[in-house]
Design a protein around this ligand. Structure first.
Ligand code: PLP
Length: 395
């Protein structure tokens, strides 16, 4: 029987059957517009309110501070552009890190084109931002700090609480992209000292195309999508109710099941790491050894090309991802891998495997069997790698 093993949960997850089941009636019999006053509308409004309550509970905030969006990307755009544009009389300086997701990085790049000044803080070799560097970067023109909770490529978890405390002390607004963190680590906006936080349902076994933004009451932001009075007059457009209902159910499950799910996923992750490092020579683990997401594995495997590795693994039924060139549609390897100090050559040979709740030990063992063979075959074909009698020489 052909094996198919999905190890790309950081890209997206499947939607849980319990989640889908709650969503389905909102496509068919419960199709009222939440803004309508009649019974159909009221029924939908109730579902919208419940979903908002569930999201709020999961991150410990008031329901009235949650705004539904169309994606994590939209939430990031809204948080960053919204704060920048609404506060530009106060200042034009934004602080972020050099390893943010494109949804944050490209938004900051755009604001630079519009006259804002952005500081992209360096990270250490594990991908960690030093909170003291954040403090030093703050000027009297700083209006926003945006640092992700956990990195999507290397899984490094940032010291958000410490950075948040500095932002609070300096009275600078603090946004965090928690898209990869929800369901993987505890997220509590109060404890983390954050003013704005982005979420996306398809990363925690919910549907795609729905996100949310937490905005603490009193935070001055500009509206991005003008239209009707939805989302308390701050984001126009009829709500994607089936998806929002799904997001509410998914986040509830993601948070309640977290300890058991993550203990399992983390032990599979460690089995993968502990198995690969000794069996594939010249392989390094990217990201922090302990401050990393429970399901994240990211290796740089020297003398191979990440894209070729992905295709070879795919032929063996293993679905992973890479920070190498073609995946991202650009010639440069991932800015995250370069940001942690890898050379272009090493960054090109990277492999990300991200585990989820349906993966098994047998699947991990299959990867442990297949990966060394695939790497060896690719290295034998590599002009960068010469195998010689009595040892290996690299040219
Ligand atoms: N931020 C991070 C850290 C992500 O990993 C992703 C998705 O890959 C996003 C933002 C974008 O989320 P969405 O796919 O919902 O637009």
């Amino acid at each position: 029987m052909e094996q198919k093993i999905y190890l790309d949960h950081a890209a997206t997850t499947y939607t849980k059957p319990e989640v889908l089941e709650e969503m389905l009636p909102y496509f068919t019999e419960k199709y009222g517009n939440p803004s309508s006053v009649h019974s159909f509308g009221r029924e939908s409004r109730k579902a919208l309110d419940l979903a908002r309550d569930r999201v709020a509970k999961a991150i410990n905030c008031d329901s009235s501070d949650i705004y539904f969006t169309g994606s994590g990307t939209e939430s990031d755009n809204w948080a960053i552009k919204g704060v920048a544009l609404a506060n530009k009389k106060k200042g034009n300086h934004i602080i972020t890190s050099s390893i943010e997701h494109h949804a944050v990085m490209h938004t900051c790049n755009q604001l630079e084109r519009e006259g804002f000044i952005v500081t992209y803080l360096p990270v250490d070799k594990y991908g960690l931002v030093d909170p003291e560097l954040v403090r030093e970067a703050i000027t009297d023109k700083t209006i926003l700090i945006t640092i992700m909770t956990a990195n999507n490529e290397i899984g490094t978890i940032q010291p958000i609480k410490e950075i948040g405390a500095i932002a609070k002390e300096k009275k600078v607004l603090f946004h965090t992209d928690a898209v990869q963190a929800i369901g993987s680590i505890a997220v509590d906006v109060k404890e983390m000292n954050v003013d704005l936080l982005s979420l996306s349902a398809h990363k925690f076994y919910g549907p795609k195309g729905v996100g949310a933004l937490y905005m603490r009451k009193g935070v001055k932001t500009q509206q991005m999508i003008h239209g009707g009075a939805q989302e308390r007059n701050r984001r126009g457009g009829t709500e994607n109710l089936p998806a929002i209902v799904g997001m509410g159910k998914a986040i509830e499950l993601a948070v309640t099941d977290m300890p058991i799910r993550n203990a399992r996923i983390q032990s599979l992750r460690d089995r993968l790491i502990d198995g690969i490092i000794p069996s594939v020579a010249n392989t390094i683990l990217n990201g922090h050894p302990t401050k990393r997401l429970p399901g994240n594995v990211n290796f740089s495997i020297e003398f191979i090309e990440g894209e070729a590795l992905l295709l070879s693994l795919d032929l063996k039924g293993i679905a992973g991802s890479s920070g190498s060139a073609c995946t991202s549609g650009s010639l440069d390897p991932s800015h995250v891998l370069l940001g942690i100090g890898l050379s272009h050559e090493i960054a090109h040979g990277s492999l990300r495997l991200t585990l989820g709740d349906q993966n098994t030990e047998e699947e991990v063992d299959y990867v442990l069997e297949v990966l060394p063979q695939v790497v060896q075959r690719l290295r034998e074909m590599s002009p960068l790698f010469n195998q010689q009698e009595g040892g290996k020489t690299y040219v």
